[in-house]
Design a protein around this ligand. Structure first.
Ligand code: 1GP
Length: 246
């Protein structure tokens, strides 16, 4: 089970590094080599997905990753069309920070039978959008309001609701390309009050920023944009080292 693998990674390495792959943004020729290098540079799992998909590369991307690594591949769906049995698991997202019924139950009802038929492991995840200083694709496409950065109490109450509902993970998301990542103070308060493992993502640009989020209480860090802009394995290694305990 991928969820067991993730929890074991947290136990053994202190925290986990999740690398987000957007199928619209890959360089096909270099991609197989990139996946091999990323796997040997300390990436603990690949997330695959995007708020929008303008190309038809979703399944081909999953296939290429699976052919080039044994590292787990987890779908991070931007829409109900992003379901495939090629992946090892899917984050079954519930956008709990919003009040849009489509993202609270509508899309889940549409996707659930497809996920079951595909035999995919679904990891129920409370997804919380936090204001990152700019309007991101996640905010615009979901038609929901992010939680204000300074409203730590509101964020904690949402995290507690996710725990009581019985979700397995909590994803604190500032949005891809956010100007500011999720505040460390918010991660810290949530980790103090809520027992769910926290994934932090959106706008994380440096290994030091990633490390600070782990110190604040995050269990997993996601980076997308920073590695799309510089896919040097040295940079991936620096992130992995900052995220894993030394
Ligand atoms: C987006 O949290 C991820 O869903 C990653 O964001 O692209 O800003 O790293 P970045």
């Amino acid at each position: 089970m991928v969820i067991e693998y993730l929890l074991k990674t947290k136990r053994d390495r202190g925290a986990g590094y999740l690398l987000l792959i957007d199928p619209d943004k890959i360089n096909k020729g270099e991609f197989p080599g990139f996946i091999k290098e990323a796997s040997s540079s300390g990436v603990d799992a690949f997330l695959v997905g995007g708020s929008l998909m303008l190309t038809n590369e979703f399944e081909a991307t999953l296939k290429t990753i699976k052919e080039n690594t044994k590292t787990p591949v987890i779908i991070f769906p931007g829409s109900v069309s992003q379901v495939s049995s090629i992946a090892d698991a899917i984050l079954f997202l519930i956008l709990i920070s919003g009040r849009n019924p489509d993202h609270l139950i509508g899309n889940q009802v549409v996707a659930a039978p497809i996920i079951k038929r595909a035999g995919l492991e679904a990891i129920s995840t409370g997804y919380m959008l936090i204001d990152g200083g700019n309007v991101t694709s996640a905010e615009f496409m979901s038609n929901t309001k992010p939680i204000p950065r300074e409203k730590t109490d509101i964020a904690v109450a949402h995290a507690l609701a996710a725990e009581l509902i019985g979700l397995k993970l909590l994803y604190l998301e500032a949005g891809s390309g956010a100007k500011q990542s999720v505040p460390d103070e918010m991660i810290n308060k949530i980790a103090q009050h809520c027992s769910l493992p926290v994934i932090a993502g959106g706008g994380i640009c440096t290994p030091e920023e990633a490390r600070n989020k782990i110190k604040a209480g995050a269990s997993f860090i996601v980076t997308g944009t920073v590695i799309e802009q510089n896919s040097d394995s040295k940079v991936i290694k620096e992130f992995a080292q900052a995220i894993h305990k030394s």
